[in-house]
Design a protein around this ligand. Structure first.
Ligand code: ZN
Length: 534
């Protein structure tokens, strides 16, 4: 076998590629063998004994079962046993790895289209395997083309069904006793949620309306990728049509969960992070809670207000899981819809996050949108990806612009983060593509839009005027509580503060009129309104 370059398919946390061009049974078998080497290698300071078996699971893609079998053959060929749990969600595989205290391998390409497949590895106790913790060694072995000799005595394959134990475990972690009856639409997107959701939600006082529960790795209805708004349309419509209390959308391997409220509106994962953090802090007072640097600033604020210790991390599975373990954090959330729990081996489970949401709503009298008002404080842009030829140079240019502006904080935890008390943005490069990912947040949608426009203009080299300085003075001296109740005297629409290039503060209505603010006092008289300059 000639040496090959696998940089295209060995990602930061998993292997992922097109079947069979980039990933076929032979590669899967050799990956199994290479994983055994990683498990047998001495790890500095790690007293863990060499495991006797690997637990393997797979999703519903047509290629998954045969590829999982090939992986198993690679493992048993080296003399290690395999426990096959068959069709499962990724968090169910983590459960098996944690409960059986065995390393694991999951065949799935998560939300990617049908022609893709991939492998996620973990060590015993669902501990992550990323580039620095074994994946680069697996890649090196595969690229070398050198195959280790087969063991004199091959390992065995046994099968085991852990679905009910997994469901019981999730249910034991959330207080669902006495919740009121709720109507829930669940969109499984033809992914693994179709198998796991009936077991996890079964027996609760829930009227579940299932959408796309048939396991079908060809995804005949929509992509199983709820982070893309177009894949939420069916769920949103069904929630309204059925008058449901909420909707849940799972990705292909059912480890991520997104929630829509009774109005069919997406609940920001940051808002869910804050809600679940408060619930976990009630059980574990003062505990650390992890959030990545893209989650809303409201998350650390709310964690602190409830006596917890917020811990900010880079984006990404391995960083979150490692920091969770290091700090013994009770919970962690990411803007991407991953929710990690100490009681779940620090691994992530979207359905566990969903159970928390159901419990919170089921023990309250109001609607989900009412319940969540206190957890959603700012206006976020969402992740905006821009292709650029030279990400590092663009990032430097943006940084240069902000470096000398007084009153800003800059940090490099992950890409570049710039902020003040009233707004922030983060611009970070993709690991694999010539992309910059922009996330921004400010006090209101208009300020956020302005901030995004300014950073985008800087990225393309266009000249900008004081939008950020305007953002820095987001309330222009107007009391935010006052601003929240003020209305345009003519149209009754809400008002937004804008500070112009001359440093004058104005209140804009929603139809092109603005009112002056003098010494922090809004002049809201019908004849004080003037048209907004073009
Ligand atoms: Zn997933």
């Amino acid at each position: 076998m000639p040496a090959t370059d696998l940089s295209a398919i060995v990602k930061a946390y998993d292997i992922r590629g097109v079947v069979p061009d980039q990933l076929d049974a032979d590669l899967a078998r050799r990956a199994g063998s290479a994983f055994v080497d990683v498990l047998r290698a001495e790890v500095d300071g790690d007293e863990t004994p060499v495991p006797t078996a690997v637990v393997i699971g797979h999703d519903m893609r047509p290629s998954s079962a045969p590829l999982a079998e090939a992986l198993a053959a690679g493992i048993t060929g080296r003399g290690m046993d395999v426990v096959a749990i068959g069709l499962c969600s990724t968090d169910e595989l983590y459960f098996a790895s944690g409960r059986l205290d065995l390393p694991g391998a999951m065949f799935t390409a998560s939300h990617n289209p049908a022609r893709y497949n991939g492998i996620k590895f973990c060590r015993a106790g669902a501990r992550p395997v990323g580039q620095e913790s074994g994946l680069s060694d697996i890649r090196a072995t595969l690229e070398s083309g050198v195959e280790a000799p087969k063991a004199a005595r091959p390992g065995t394959v046994s099968t085991r069904d852990v679905l009910d134990d997994y469901a019981l475990h999730l249910r034991s972690l959330v207080d669902l006793a006495g919740i009121r009856p709720l109507k829930v639409v669940v969109d499984a997107g033809n992914g693994m949620g179709g198998l796991t959701v009936p077991h996890v939600l079964g027996g609760l006082p829930l009227d579940v309306v299932p959408l796309f529960f048939d396991l079908d790795g060809n995804f005949p209805n929509h992509e199983a990728n709820p982070i893309d708004p177009k894949n939420l349309v069916d769920l949103q419509a069904a929630v309204l049509e059925h008058g449901a209390d909420l909707g849940l959308a799972l990705d292909g391997d059912a480890d991520r969960c997104f929630v829509v409220d009774e109005r069919g509106q997406l609940v920001s994962p940051s808002t869910l992070t804050a809600l679940i953090a408060v619930r976990e802090l009630a059980r574990h007072p003062g505990a650390p809670v992890i959030h990545n640097l893209i989650t809303s600033r409201g998350v650390p604020e709310i964690i602190r207000e409830h006596g917890g210790t917020p811990v900010r991390t880079r984006v990404g599975h391995s960083f979150i899981k490692a920091t969770m373990a290091e700090r013994n954090a009770v919970f962690g959330g990411e803007h991407s819809g991953h929710f990690y729990f100490r009681d779940f081996w620090f691994a992530d489970s979207g359905l566990l996050a969903a159970l928390h949401t159901l419990s919170a709503l089921g023990h309250s009298d109001g609607t989900l949108s009412e319940l969540l008002v206190e957890f959603a404080r700012y206006s976020a842009s969402g992740e905006i990806n821009t292709e650029v030829a030279d990400p590092a140079a663009v990032l430097r240019g943006v940084e240069e612009h902000y470096r000398d502006i007084a009153g800003l904080t800059l940090d490099h935890l992950d890409g570049l983060t710039v902020g003040t008390d009233s707004w922030w943005f983060n611009l970070r490069p993709s690991n694999t593509e010539p992309l910059l990912r922009l996330n921004a947040e400010a006090g209101d949608p208009r300020s956020t839009d302005r901030l995004v426009a300014e950073v985008q203009a800087l990225m393309t080299g266009a000249v900008t005027t004081g939008a950020v300085e305007a953002g820095a003075a987001a309330t222009g001296g107007v009391d935010p509580d006052l601003l929240a109740i003020l209305r345009c005297p003519v149209t009754r629409s809400p008002l937004t503060v804008v500070v112009d290039d001359q440093g004058s503060t104005w209140l804009y209505n929603e139809s092109g009129l603005r009112y002056p603010v003098t010494d922090g006092i809004p002049v809201l008289l019908p004849d004080a309104g003037v048209p907004v300059p073009a």
